[in-house]
Write a protein that binds this ligand. Structure first.
Ligand code: BGC
Length: 456
């Protein structure tokens, strides 16, 4: 189906997102000695991407409104291409850091524009599945980065490790040039004929009129013009959900595992680096395969049940990690067991993240906002995601040194907070059109404003 092709092309941005965040770990082994990097410079090279992504997300919100969803995705692709070439050819650490910021910008742009673009073209009945392809691509990108790092390590070929992202980057640019623009953005800019044409590519002819009318209606009902209006009562609850989910996706600890798995496994007693790396690759495979569970279920059982089930599993796995690593010696548990038990619970945690917070957060950010505000509100939510990512991955080594295994309980507590947040604030969006979701917020807000209906 054409809509699946559209989603797959936009999701190539996710592949680059995953690849470029994952590939640096292996490349650093060779970059550090070649450029004689001290700890501060190492930190800059690694975190430059996250820093760039934060700004890319904010720019992505504005540019998705100004130049459209399609061109923002193309701009992301161009930025991936330029960043890959410059980092592969970097003559010194300054150029390397600058090109990693450029790649970060691309990741920020794609993490706003790709899910939103897919959501705005998808039919409601399988929007969840189609947007989740973006997360599937992220996990494949992470796995590919492990494979590429392993394959090129014997030759110390870090320039190739970083430069290979050029290929999917170019595919993203070429693919997106051939794709249609989002009909919702076209209608927002008044280009009704083009919008109808774009819709005709992904809907049956009898569905188009009603959808165009619903989009027009939504555009008329929601008129935020300035950034500050995103905080007006009409939008505030949706923004709270977007930002809340984005932050909770990170503070429940996912990237302590994704970025630091080999160290975690080595600390837990898997002494040889090869075993720790093999376990990490295993985690990468589990991450990809478990995302398929979400693709299968997200339009069947809905977003909230997946989020809640995943959060229960993540929280229990985190608590179990804390117990296994912290109290093993107290209860005279055989220390030999701590390594495999750690791998087991980390694996279970990844399974639960991969069918819940991983895909569903990107999905909900792309679908909970009204047409007029979607790009900017998704930009803010995504920037919050990258800020939280930056803080969690930066603080992990320090917190681990301070708190030891009790740190896992802290992330578990965040899991409990996330559960409460989802139960209390997050709406179910399964099967609803984007305009129905927007109308629901309006009605809910109106009820709040008016207060209780007087008894008849
Ligand atoms: C998160 C990333 C994370 C990845 C792991 C994404 O949804 O946003 O921070 O590294 O999932 O699969």
């Amino acid at each position: 189906m054409y809509i699946t092709l559209i989603a797959a092309v936009a999701a190539v941005g996710g592949l680059l997102f995953g690849f470029d965040t994952g590939v640096i770990a292996g490349a650093m082994l060779f970059i550090v000695p070649e450029f004689h990097l001290g700890p501060a410079e190492q930190g800059l090279v690694v975190s430059a991407v996250t820093f760039g992504a934060l700004f890319g997300a904010l720019i992505g919100g504005t540019s998705s409104d100004a130049i459209g969803r399609r061109w923002t995705n193309i701009a992301a692709g161009l930025s991936f291409v330029a960043g890959s070439i410059f980092s592969a050819l970097a003559p010194d650490v300054e150029v390397l850091i600058a090109s990693r910021v450029l790649i970060g910008l691309a990741i920020g742009l794609t993490s706003v524009a790709a899910p939103m673009y897919i959501a705005e073209l998808s039919p409601p009945r399988n929007r969840g599945k189609l947007v989740s392809l973006f997360q599937l691509a992220i996990t494949i990108g992470i796995l590919l980065s492990y494979v590429v790092d392993r394959a090129l390590a014997p030759d110390h070929a870090w320039r190739w490790m970083l430069g290979l992202a050029f290929v999917p980057g170019a595919l993203l640019v070429i693919g997106m040039i051939a794709m249609p623009e989002s009909p919702r953005w076209l209608l927002k800019t008044g280009a009704e004929k083009a919008a109808r044409h774009a819709l005709s590519l992904v809907r049956s002819p009898d569905e188009i009129d009603a959808e165009v009318r619903a989009i027009h209606d939504d555009l008329e009902q929601n008129q935020p013009a300035a950034w500050s209006e995103l905080l007006m009562p009409g939008l505030r609850p949706a923004l709270l959900v977007g930002v809340g989910l984005a932050v909770l996706q990170q503070v429940t600890g996912i990237n302590t595992i994704i970025y630091y798995a080999p160290q975690i496994f080595q600390k837990a007693g898997l002494n040889s680096a090869t075993t720790a790396l093999a376990a990490t690759a295993g985690i990468g495979v589990v991450n990809v395969l478990s995302t398929l569970i979400a693709i299968w279920l997200v339009d069947r059982v809905g977003r909230k049940p997946l989020l809640l089930a995943g959060l229960v599993g993540m929280t229990l796995s985190l608590a179990a990690l804390g117990v296994a690593q912290g109290f093993g010696s107290t209860f005279d548990v055989d220390q030999q067991l701590v390594g495999p038990v750690t791998v087991g619970f980390v694996g279970l945690y990844i399974v639960c993240f991969a069918f819940s917070l991983g895909p569903v957060v990107w999905l909900m950010i792309s679908e909970i906002f009204p047409n007029r505000a979607r790009a900017r509100a998704a930009g803010i939510s995504t920037a919050a995601n990258w800020t939280a990512n930056f803080l969690v991955s930066l603080s992990f080594p320090v917190l681990q040194a301070m708190l030891g295994p009790s740190l896992w309980f802290l992330y578990a507590a965040m899991g409990v907070a996330a559960f409460i947040f989802v139960v209390g604030w997050v709406p179910e969006t399964k099967g609803k059109s984007l305009e129905d979701i927007s109308r629901q917020w309006r009605t809910a807000t109106a009820t709040n404003l008016v207060g209780q209906q007087p008894a008849k």
